[in-house]
Design a protein around this ligand. Sequence first.
Ligand SMILES: [Zn+2]
Length: 403
Amino acid sequence: MASKINTSFTLIPNQKYRRSNRRPSSYFSNTLGSDSQPLSTLGNFKALPLEIFQIILRYLSVKDISMLSMVSKTVSQHIINYISTSSGSKRLLLQDFHNLELPSKRQDSAILEHYRSLGLLFKRCTLLLPTRERLKYIHKILAEVSCFKFNGCAVPIQCLGLPCYGIFLQTLTAGWDGLECHRVYNFLCELTNLSRKMQTVVCSKPGSARKLELRIRLFCRNVLLDHWIHRSDSAFWLTRILKPWPMVNQARLLYIIFGPVSPQDVVPREWLLENNARLLILSGNNICFTFMASKAVNGRAIELAKLIVFLALVCEKELYCMDWAVKMMQKVCKVFSTPVERNNFLQSVANAFACVIMEMLQSIMSGDRDEDDRSFLNLFHLVHAQANFHKEVLYLSMNTLST
Ligand SMILES: [Zn+2]
């Protein structure tokens, strides 16, 4: 996986090399010297009792400890033991995720940076283990942090736990190939029972499992998707999330993960029509047409007419070619099966222009002053959108007549 920190990491040897070297059964031991590793790889540290070695670690930064862990397997083992001690985990597993009194960006980024360094430390300490063993070990240690758990935090919206967990995992998995990252995703799914939870929300009515929707959104965004620099990485993880589901459930999951949120909770509210129109335009001709054609097939002419108005408005605001909107209307028109239905639809489009203009005018006349400028500008664009739209319709019909 590409990431900005990629280059600063020791590259992990490839799978084959690691397989031949791993010795998981003897890798972790809780007592110094009980294992078969020769102590000589401790170098001058050999003279020191374990307690003193751990006291020295207290004076080192997390980054320095992670450098030290690469000296030898024995040193790395001692460091692993240190992480498991109560003083080690107290120092390393910071849990100050809810500092609401003094919300400061700097404090936020300090704890994120800490978990970035910690990810590197774990990456280096567990270098010789196969992926699954690595993950198991790491999660045994991280199990202490309740805010890292799917349901572990009481105030998930204000919590920095999951973002820290995400940064930690990002650092840990930097440079891993797709297959190994897939293992990571499966491991997380098993750990959190994510698929089962997703099943529950996609099978129930929107908003009926609001808390679960929120947890799923926060987990996917904070742990798996939001912190990547490169879009391809986000796309990789998003593909892991969506791939097992049929298309209709994928759409629902996308909505839960990326849809708009109200300040109180995550339940998506109905979008403004203008935003719907923008999304459709950005989705490309095929999706846009398919969406509109399905409305036409279902006889929802009035709804469709209003959408045409907002497609025209977005074209006007964004300086897209207005003839695109007209041609889209023409194509959709052909979906209606009878001339009567087609004429009704065209009549509805003309009415919808008048209706939306009147609505905007009314809101300006009754609205407060602050809103005035924005509403007025919107109306201005809409009137021009209507003019341009009709100009294109005239061109189309007149040119057809003259040829
Ligand atoms: Zn929390």
